[in-house]
Design a protein around this ligand. Structure first.
Ligand code: ADP
Ligand code: MG
Length: 757
């Protein structure tokens, strides 16, 4: 080892290159599998769980196609000849005491001398299915020796050295206690891949810990004491090489606190810095544009709208940029609040940009904003629509009037972010349906102005802990009140298979609504046979039902639903149209305007209509295969109806059986229209599903030990501790280690990744 250099800036041993520590070959493998480069990357790759010898992993419900690591015992071994090809298959069955799993090896009969009935070990490989049975082909494995000294015999790619024999001279007593310690020592099971089994990672981690010199602990000792947190070195040691279960539990709690604390510190620090930036104040003027708009408003603002508006008006008048998240139930009238903010900014000549996630939504915002402004204000403010599908000449004109400052309001999709879009004086950035965008998109738009104010909006209620984690650098304002006179929405689950008569009623109900002059949405999960709509949450790995071996029936799709409706005699003369994400922008626009004008009576669509679409005459929302959607998607879809003076009806049709998580989701949505309650249910369900699935294979995520669904209290607590520290020492002058940690995290863009959902 080289002697430590005590120069001005000692380099952090955790930043050392992996190759110099674990060897080039292993470093390459770690980089390829997990994108690890430094010792820190490796040491922060924590075991997913710990196994104890004799404790077997449940083998039922292993996800097909995933790489798994299981602890099990061999039941029997047999060899058979293959029918078509030359050669023999060795089939080894392993069990957890209940379920079983087959390991298959081609032409490797010699393995029978290692793998015989009664042997226990760790097996690792990709789960596949053969004739209804789960199997691992050519798995890696590591068997437990019958005596201490570790582990015997490697797997398919043989690299691990056999454990050294213990010296025979050691006293029997010593041997016994060593045996006991060995038997009690938990085995860390790491997120692994096919090429890098858990025990290879364990070995690399061991080497890295062995040669690791003293490391600086960024967490101040007072906090370590008050929070009862292990010193960093000890925490790393015990999370990777625990002697007893209690060790890793405490070490993991320590590392989890550190994670929550550093995250909240970073978010609070970012918020504090943002507050120090200076920007142009945009105060309202008496008798100005906003007052003129308010005077012409055909309805009174709700109390919540007024309160949110006042808050925003105040912040826009400050010489520091606003960073506010406006969350409000679907239909609560966030657009008006946003528009009034734009008017205030426009009074001083400033411009606003409203970013929407879809073309349908952007054009709808454009139309309704032009309408709401009325001809006089509209001609003064000259709002423009910027989307990818506008004709080139129109786009050119729009860009010119934004660059010259002639237009004070830009409404658009991602097209607004492109380089060609420049502003004369961008004072306010509004992000609608914020959860659809990442922080870097918000930043791109923000950089088009000199420190503009930012208003993010979302109709998806965010549980408090998620808000603290993903949006911890924003202040949150909530609109709970709906405009008066809404008749509410009734929601029902329609179990298609169990209650066919009720399912048939769906179509008669559609006809009744149309007959009374209302309009109906029918939403399908897919566009055409075998063509899922982008953004559908069906494939959600957290679902849990995704890992069932039973294939799901094909999804209901827009194309076939339209054809079927048109073939029904009862629907003759009823104007049905399709709307999907696969259509061109102007085709989508045409269908949407036809629906807005009432020309189209039944709109069969995918989730393109999920967010923000506003057609007050639409009274009924029918969702087919509703279980293919996530809770918040269903809630958003339902929010499309009951927006006018007509009562809304939402029918959630499902083929999911009672008692399945998929069905529970649909029922939850049918039971309440309170988005905040649903957000909590959603979070709860995600927690349940996360046991196997994608997590098993690891991968690089920003949060390692922290789960917002589970650790809400810890997150809040850590935020408090971080806030206190920053209050006392805003520049972290007395905690230089933490300062460096923050800088490193910022460089790595970890916060940016976090807020993407
Ligand atoms: P969301 O919050 O879901 O974006 P919108 O802004 O689209 O909701 O508003 C939904 C509908 O409610 C619009 O038609 C809007 O004109 C109407 N609205 C908004 N505020 C009020 C109010 N205070 N009184 C009556 N109607 C309102
Ligand atoms: Mg909206």
């Amino acid at each position: 080892m080289t002697s430590p250099q005590l120069s001005a800036a000692p380099s952090d041993p955790l930043d050392r290159d992996l190759a110099g520590v674990v060897g080039g070959k292993t470093a390459k493998a770690l980089e390829k599998a997990f994108d690890m480069h430094s010792v820190r990357d490796l040491l922060w790759h924590f075991p997913r769980r710990y196994s104890n010898r004799g404790e077997l992993t449940p083998l039922t419900g292993l996800p097909v196609g995933e790489h798994v690591t299981v602890m099990a015992q061999v039941i029997d071994v047999r060899e058979r000849s293959m029918q078509k090809r030359h050669g023999k298959i060795l089939e080894v069955r392993i069990t957890d005491g209940q379920g079983s799993l087959s390991l298959t090896f081609f032409n490797q009969a010699w393995r029978a001398s290692q793998l015989f009935a009664g042997k226990q070990g760790i097996f690792s490989g990709k789960v596949s299915e053969y004739r209804g049975n789960l199997q691992l082909q050519h798995p890696d494995y590591q068997l437990f020796d019958d005596r201490p000294g570790g582990i015997g015999l490697g797997g398919a790619d043989d690299e691990t050295a056999a454990g050294a024999d213990m010296s025979a001279e050691k006293s029997r007593e010593l041997q016994e206690s060593a045996a006991k310690a060995w038997a009690d020592r938990p085995i860390p099971i790491y997120p692994a891949t096919a090429t890098l089994p858990s025990w290879s990672i364990e070995k690399a981690v061991g080497v890295a810990l062995e040669v690791l010199p003293e490391v600086e602990d960024p967490l101040p000792p007072e906090i370590r004491r008050s929070e009862n947190v292990f010193e960093l070195r000890a925490a790393l040691e015990q999370i990777h090489r625990p002697e007893r279960n209690v060790d890793w539990k405490q070490a993991r709690d320590s590392m989890r606190f550190r994670e929550a604390f550093e995250l909240q510190l970073a978010l609070l620090d970012r918020r504090r810095r943002a507050g120090l930036e200076s920007s142009e104040p945009r105060p309202p003027r008496d008798g100005g544009l906003r007052d003129r708009f308010d005077a012409a408003l055909p309805f009174a603002l709700t109390g919540d709208q007024r309160a949110a508006g006042e808050r925003i008006a105040l912040e826009l008048s400050e010489p520091h940029p606003m960073h506010r998240l406006l969350q409000g139930e679907v239909g609560s009238g966030k657009t008006i609040v946003a528009l009034r903010a734009m008017l205030q900014v426009a009074e001083g000549g400033g411009q606003s940009a409203l970013l929407a996630p879809t073309e349908v939504l952007a054009s709808q915002h454009y139309r309704s904003i032009v309408d709401a402004l009325g001809p006089q204000l509209a001609s003064e403010l000259n709002p423009v629509l910027v989307t990818g599908s506008r004709p080139a000449s129109e786009r050119q004109r729009a860009l010119l009037s934004l660059a010259s400052g002639n237009s004070r309001i830009a409404i658009g999709t991602h097209a607004l972010l492109s380089e060609g879009v420049t502003f004369y004086d961008l004072g306010l950035v509004i992000i609608d349906e914020q959860h659809r965008f990442g922080v870097e998109q918000r930043e791109t738009l923000r950089r088009k102005g000199a420190q503009p104010h930012v208003l993010a909006m979302t109709a998806t209620p965010i549980p408090r802990t998620v808000a603290l984690t993903a949006f911890g650098d924003l202040e949150v304002t909530t609109i709970r009140e709906l405009p008066p006179g809404r008749l509410g929405i009734e929601s029902f689950t329609v179990p298609q298979l169990e209650m066919p008569a009720r399912f048939a009623r769906v179509w008669t109900r559609t006809l009744e609504e149309v007959a009374s002059g209302r309009q109906v949405y029918i939403v399908c999960p897919a566009i055409a046979p075998n063509q899922a709509e982008a953004g559908l949450s069906d494939a959600d790995p957290e679902d849990g039902s995704g890992s069932e071996a039973v294939p799901k029936p094909p999804m209901v799709n827009v194309e076939e639903t339209v054809a079927w409706l048109q073939s029904q005699p009862e629907f003759a003369g009823i104007r049905v149209a399709a709307l999907t994400g696969a259509m061109k922008g102007d085709a989508k626009d045409a269908v949407m305007s036809a629906f807005v004008s009432g020309e189209v009576q039944v709109l069969v669509a995918t989730t393109v209509i999920e967010v923000g679409v506003n057609v007050p005459n639409a009274s009924t929302m029918i969702v087919l295969d509703a279980d293919r959607f996530g809770i918040s998607q269903l809630h958003q879809l339902r929010g499309r109806v009951g927006r006018g003076e007509h009562a809304g009806l939402c029918l959630l049709v499902t083929r999911a059986a009672e008692g399945t998580p998929a069905r529970a989701r649909v029922d939850a949505v049918a039971e309440t229209t309170d988005g905040f309650v649903l957000a909590e249910v959603d979070l709860e369900q995600r927690r349940e599903g996360n046991i196997l699935g994608t997590e098993q294979s690891g991968g690089k995520s920003t949060l390692r030990l922290l789960r917002v669904a589970e650790h809400g209290d810890l997150i809040e607590h850590a935020r408090g501790v971080a806030g206190e520290l920053l209050d006392q020492d805003p520049e972290l002058a007395r905690a230089p280690g933490l300062r460096r940690t923050l800088e490193r995290e910022t460089r790595a863009g970890h916060l940016e990744n976090l807020a993407k959902s």
